[in-house]
Design a protein around this ligand. Sequence first.
Ligand code: PLP
Length: 483
Amino acid sequence: MEATQTGAPALQLTDEATRALGYRIVDLLIDHHRALRDKPVTNVLDWETSRARLGEPFAEEGVPPEQVLDKLESDVFSTIMHVTHPRFFAFVPGPGNLVSAFADALASGYNVFAGTWMEGSGPAAVELATIDWLRQVCGLPEGAMGLFVSGGSVANLTALAAARHARLGDDFRSGVAYFSDQTHSAVERAFRILGFSPSQLRKVPSDERYRLPLAALHRQVAADRRGGLTPFCVVANAGTTNTGAVDPLAELARFCQAEGLWLHADGAYGAAAALAPRGRALLEGLEQVDSLALDPHKWLFQPFEIGCVLARRGDDLKDTFRILPEYLQDVHRWKAINFCDYGIQLTRGFRALKLWMSVRIFGVRAFREAIERGFALAEYAESRLRRDPVWEIVSPAQFGIVCFRYVPPRAGESDLNAVNLRLAELGFRDGFAALTTTVLGGRTVLRLCAINPHATEDDLDRTLARLKWLAERNPTPDPFPTL
Ligand SMILES: *Cc1c(COP(=O)(O)O)cnc(C)c1O
């Protein structure tokens, strides 16, 4: 133990105080989750109050850990929207699990460096095994390779960097990429970061089921070729964020193969559903993609952050990212996998551990059943909504997502967008449950994403009843003050 001049250890509490802090954190997390169903889902503090409570300057002298934890409990963790809450149906729920949270603490406590084999051979083997499991779940062949990253955004960026490198090399000025208007903004942002201009991106209008239409894609690719451009990549959705729609992966794979295009699937939301038989069937063709993104921090119930990128030919990642500087020459003497050669980060945390540990402890079946529950809960919500004419289904339950809107008697189409936007806001302020809105074909809809396996049919019944009650109490769409 390093001692400072005064004899006190640097940046350490006593063993006793460290233990007490650790135990208190464990208790806090367990108690929080036990009581969660009875807490409001939404909690937002305004800017001034938050800043006033938390903006105080750092002091020269430390304070007891309990005091800091109390502060965190009262002013920080009480002001988050609880994405683990069973009635959080907004955006994409993040149910998480405490085994994985503790795995994060372990990875952090050992401060595992997961960038090179030399600094972490066991961790690299764990990551390889976990990546290989996901490879098999998605049906990619042996020889495919991947790694864990922060999330879907970086997974897409990593894969598309490989696509650019493999198909266009260093001069990519004439390259063109294709995706539907339902594609996540992370994809467009990835292309932007990679140096593509908007004129090199073709956002194809989706069909009536929110999928990438093949005929329009064929026409656009042909037109671009005639114009002297170089089509190089199609990004398909393996479960859109809006509606859970899946682009026709098998047909796209056939087309991309014939045309020499790289096929990337953004499965950040949906690809994990391949673990369940229904998801696997709906994702037919996923096994043929050149690369894909998958977010274990969404439908594999991991705490943030963990995303995964897989490439059909592992060497495509290595050719894109590998650089051998002299200060890493010792590292590269090992005949092994160095994850720093396959992606953006050199220093990387041991993200694989939480997925590995939770799958080991709960077993694959528990994960499969938890995923199946998401399909079933969204279908249950749809069936309830269909029973009451104040609700209109806009996109039926698909991959755990159902989109609908409130259509009060005698309401005109022109009012409905404002009515539904307001209803979501009323629900948000009410805090009993959380749903968010999106826009489908110009219509503002309520979107319910039901992938939290702790949600019950009763949670859904009460959420829909509460929404209706809120809607009927507030039938007129007034302008709403901003939060
Ligand atoms: C969530 C999501 C992303 C972005 O992933 P992050 O983990 O938030 O970085 C990309 N694509 C889709 C389809 C998503 O649902």
